[in-house]
Design a protein around this ligand. Structure first.
Ligand code: NAD
Length: 305
């Protein structure tokens, strides 16, 4: 089997690394530039979509979220589309734990002060501990379970929102999406871990910010449009919530003139919450596993279309 490694994955990691991993695991691999024909390959491993990818029999997206892919059109063609869920529990879980710890222990503020060589002590009651605080995890798939596990380890109470009311290990109460306002009402942290769909677009807006505690923090590691960003800015400015940790943004890169950059109680990261030095191996293992399934005549894992 011959894999094309699309250079768009350079956003996440060096394409050569996954090419080397695939070669070491039995797949011939070639790095291809955006816009090149991929008709001669058995699979294209890619970050983003472009029209030429329809030439290949199989496209594997290295991301979990597939919202930027025209999945309906893939379903109408002979090109199979797979994605990469199930590999970001630890990275995103730790990113969210880091943001929560920073807000509670005030690390972001002291790092800001460090840039000014300033020995500046906040009021003692600006700091709090995560133990016994409540986090509401919205979406209890791979990311959500990874967040819940780490929140449990930090002594937090965990509630969550999922589409079916099935109990989830480590989550004390599970709410349905229709009860989102109740789910988030008592939480010190609301963490978004849902895919971007018609149902989740702008699911956090003015009503939800009003339902949240005024000392609560929103953390978005899902997709930017899950949050109404104008309503978020209003909520931060009016004190409806205390702050936000944002890895995903409505427009990426976040425009340089966005007022979010200047907010003291906002931690911004450029959609890097899942990056890790083993990303290429995690993705490569998914491609190899599916290549082996094709060779055995079995159905593929993580197929979107
Ligand atoms: P997943 O499919 O394992 O889990 C998503 C969960 O959300 C599922 O359990 C699903 O049932 C649930 N869900 C869907 N709609 C819902 C709704 N309206 N209310 C409540 N729950 C709902 O996916 P995952 O790996 O956990 O990733 C989730 C999303 O996070 C991805 O689609 C992607 O957009 C985003 N993501 C971001 C990063 C990053 O770098 N920040 C990394 C990985 C994934």
């Amino acid at each position: 089997m011959h894999a094309a490694v699309h250079d768009s994955i350079a956003f996440s990691f060096d394409p050569q690394q996954v090419a080397d991993y695939l070669e070491a695991n039995g797949l011939e691999s070639t790095i291809v530039e955006s816009g090149s024909s991929v008709a001669e390959y058995d699979v294209v491993v890619t970050f983003g979509h472009e029209e030429t990818l329809f030439e290949a029999p199989w496209v594997h997206c290295i991301r979990a979220g597939i919202d930027e892919f025209p999945t309906d059109r893939y379903a109408e063609t002979d090109t199979k589309l797979t994605h990469s869920p199930g590999i970001h529990a630890t990275t995103i879980g730790e990113t969210v734990a880091g943001m929560m710890l920073s807000f509670a222990r005030r690390l972001h503020r002291y790092r800001d002060n460090q840039h000014e060589n300033a020995w500046r002590v906040e009021s003692y009651d600006a700091a709090f501990t995560l133990a016994d605080e409540t986090v509401c995890v919205v979406g209890l798939g791979t990311l959500g379970e990874g967040v819940a596990l780490r929140a449990n380890a930090l002594g937090m109470d965990v509630v969550g929102v999922r589409r079916r009311p099935k109990p989830v290990s480590g989550v004390d109460s599970v709410f349905l999406p229709d009860d989102l306002s109740d789910a988030i009402a008592d939480a010190r942290f609301v963490v978004l871990c849902v895919p971007l769909t018609e149902d989740t677009e702008a699911m956090i807006g003015a009503n939800e910010f009003q339902a949240m505690r005024d000392d609560a923090y929103l953390i978005n590691v899902a997709r930017g449009p899950v949050v109404d960003e104008n309503a978020l800015l209003d909520a931060l400015e009016s004190g409806d919530i205390a702050g936000a940790g944002l890895d995903a943004h409505t427009e990426e890169p976040l425009p340089a003139d966005s007022p979010l950059w200047d907010k003291e109680e906002v931690i911004l990261t450029p959609h890097v919450g899942a990056l890790t030095d083993s990303y290429h191996e995690d993705v490569g293992a998914l491609v190899v596993a599916n290549a082996e399934r094709i060779q055995r005549g079995e159905s593929m894992f993580d197929r979107v279309a």
